[in-house]
Write a new protein. Structure first.
Ligand SMILES: CC(C)(COP(=O)(O)OP(=O)(O)OC[C@H]1O[C@@H](n2cnc3c(N)ncnc32)[C@H](O)[C@@H]1OP(=O)(O)O)[C@@H](O)C(=O)NCCC(=O)NCCS
Length: 156
């Protein structure tokens, strides 16, 4: 909830709540369940726990020609302790090492952009990936602007 509201673009907390609550929750749970039950080894869901509570998670997807870094979130009070790096590293070793990796990030999420740059990603607007689940389209029609970042396989 701290990541996506943006005053300049008029994206409010209410917009974000409307997007990520209600109808979204059901499909969300179905999706996560799919990841957990997946037997193809093409979907990954990793969680980081502290004292039995989930404090971070990430998802990954192996596509035909590339890897998708689908999500990476750490609870605000647990950031800057290496959890994001640990999740990233674990997911990265699971990815196909001979393929490139892409992700989408809100263009104003400077922290996440920097985090991924430190992990070898560069911004690349020439890659036209279909927006993952249209996650950035809000119920009132506003759109979270995104940038696509890529980590080429030769970074490995
Ligand atoms: C981006 C995000 C996942 C990073 O997670 P994180 O757990 O804070 O990341 P880390 O702690 O591993 O690394 C962050 C900083 O902590 C430092 N750090 C790493 N290990 C550390 C440790 N053991 N102790 C203290 N600091 C540490 C890192 O060097 C890094 O510092 P730097 O950015 O100055 O280099 C997190 O900020 C987040 O959830 N943001 C909101 C959601 C989001 O934007 N997700 C990405 C969408 S694409």
């Amino acid at each position: 909830m701290d990541t996506y509201p943006n005053e300049r673009l008029g994206i409010t907390q209410e917009d974000i709540k409307a997007r990520f609550n209600d109808g979204f929750k059901k499909t969300r749970y179905e999706e996560l369940e799919k990841d957990v039950l997946d037997t193809t080894n093409n979907l990954l869901l990793l969680v980081a726990k502290k004292d039995g509570h989930v404090v971070g998670y990430c998802r990954g997807l192996k596509s035909q020609d590339h890897n998708d870094s689908v999500e990476l979130y750490v609870s605000a009070e647990y950031r800057d302790r290496g959890i994001g790096n640990a999740l990233w590293q674990k997911r990265f070793t699971w990815f196909d090492q001979n393929k490139y990796t892409i992700l989408e990030v809100a263009e104003y999420n400077a922290n996440a952009i920097r985090f991924h740059e430190q992990h070898g990603f560069i911004q690349d607007q020439s890659l036209k990936q279909p927006t993952y689940e249209n996650w950035n389209i809000l119920p009132n029609g506003k759109k979270i602007p995104v940038v696509i970042m890529v980590r080429k396989k030769e970074c490995i």
